[in-house]
Design a protein. Structure first.
Length: 141
């Protein structure tokens, strides 16, 4: 039914629910899974330890987040590919979905309750309205 599934994550609890459900769906349907995350490249954190320090860039954190999600998918024998992007989160997910010919995008409903759902900038809302494929909006909060 769904050959290609796309899910976005920022590492939050609601995003993890969406990622886990996307992994389960991909496993059930034998789908390819694409996990997307975005970052702003202008902030760097300095971490010190053991007498030396190093800089952790936002893209490093996103890469680690994506790899953790991919490892969970591989553990369930799901074919997975990760995508990091500098775009805004909704635009990043929509661009990957279009690029890979997604049949389904999985998102959490966080940010879609009450009057906030009418404001611009809600990632799930933007994805639901901008997608060219099916969108599964999960109740995650």
């Amino acid at each position: 039914m769904f050959d290609v599934i796309v899910v976005g994550t920022d590492g939050s609890e609601t995003a993890e629910v969406a990622v886990n459900e996307a992994i389960a769906l991909a496993g059930t349907h034998g789908s390819a899974l694409h996990v997307v995350s975005s970052y702003k490249p202008n902030r760097t954190r300095h971490v010190s330890g053991g007498g030396e320090g190093w800089d952790i860039r936002p893209e490093d954190e996103v890469d680690a987040l994506l790899e953790a999600a991919a490892a969970r998918a591989r553990g369930r024998d799901v074919q997975v590919r990760t995508h990091s992007s500098r775009r805004e989160p909704a635009k990043a997910v929509l661009a990957v979905a279009k690029e890979v010919g997604a049949d389904l995008i999985v998102v959490g409903n966080r940010g879609m309750r009450g009057t906030k759902r009418f404001l611009l900038g809600s990632v799930p809302n933007s994805i639901a309205h901008g997608a060219q494929c099916h969108v599964l909006v999960l109740k995650t909060s």
